[in-house]
Design a protein around this ligand. Sequence first.
Ligand code: 4AD
Ligand code: MG
Length: 449
Amino acid sequence: MSAYKSFVYVEDLAKHVGEVVSLRGWVYNTRGKGKLQFVILRDGTGIAQCVVFRDNVSEEVFELTKSLTQESSIGITGKVVASEKAPGGYELDSSDLKVYQLAKDYPISPKDHGDAFLLENRHLWLRSSRQHAIMRVRSTVVKAIRDFFDGNGFKLMDSPILTPNACEGTSTLFETKYFDLGNAYLSQSGQLYAEASAMALGKVYTFGPTFRAEQSKTRKHLTEFWMVEPEAAFFDLNDDMDLAEDMVEYIVQTVLKTNLKELEVLERDIRPLEKVRRPFYRMSYTDAVQWLNDNKIPLMKKIDGKDVEIHPFPWGEDFGSVQEEAIMEQFDKPCIIHRYPTEVKAFYMKRDPENPKVVLAMDMLGPEKAGELIGGSQREDDHDLLLSRIQHEDLPVEAFQWYLDLRKYGSVPHSGFGLGVERTVKWITGAKHIREVIPVPRMITRLYP
Ligand code: 4AD
Ligand code: MG
């Protein structure tokens, strides 16, 4: 779309060299003295320098130009000129200016603001060049995910957000009243419904917001985040791991093709991303524990409010970020850890027929301290074993009747996983905190704006 209504976008300026066009946007910056004013305009697609020379405009327009303030909304008309010195390579030799609104005292200036201030002003912070770049990468990541699944025969099947049951443990559920039917819970994962969908359509994915009343105040946790969850009938754990590797490779390589400019704004070293090619690394949980102990990495536990190190790391405990980051130091691309202890994983995972102490689970950890990007598994497809797991976890069997039905009417081996969109964008962009990679973050301590 090069022209819409009567204006063009900055990203299309190259197609209009020599023509008179109008740009619409916001004032990023102004400078100039005497007869020459420079207005740096941003319109969401890019930044363009507009030169306003007094002899080329009316007296009124020149005065108006001098009155412009940061983030005022404007339209500028002028001739497109190629210019090596201008940001983006083109500038506008302006002949007219229209002001939609003069902004007064825009609160975010180029100087350093504290995190709290920026978060309180997230609705404006989004306009900053770093945030703008991150959001464009996010948009590419989401599109790459959809393209990957759509292009590989997966059908999009949306899962409900209001649900009668827990999926990922009862301790992180958001509860809400639901008319006369008691309580509903905000979905922690669309997986259980994706399983029902997979039995109808074979290969499906669900993609939507998910909710966790996470007590974890870390750089990697949100209370509302986006997850894509493929689910496929007749896939075993190996098929699942292959699919996860294919998808992550595709996402990263697509961003490298699409967003080099943004990654440059973010000062992201792209060499580690270029290495993200299959095959990735794989390691069983048991081998990972062995590695931790060979390298003297302990289990960290809070006992009576004190951090205590437990050596050697006991088999059966879940990994935290200390263990994940230590393991990943040795790897230059993602690593899948598989076959975790049954007790640390969700009720729906299938026991390994070769070792019932572990389940056919897999987590993909990212390099560069990215943490867990993916959690997935082969699912328990035996009715009675699944029922006993639901009972063992003290979950209300009635709420899971429909889910148990899937094991009564043509049960098949099947697998799937969930990829956290924000974890992925944080890793690819090199953002320090997950709250920067979703337009409006939700965390335990933040519900505004
Ligand atoms: O490992 P999780 O909890 O797995 C599931 O929800 C499965 N039901 C998925 C499936 O098999 N269909 O979450 C999957 C991913 C994590 O690996 C992480 O990337 C992301 O979701 N995630 C979070 N992202 C941001 N904030 C949080 N609080 C997150 N919790 C999980
Ligand atoms: Mg997980």
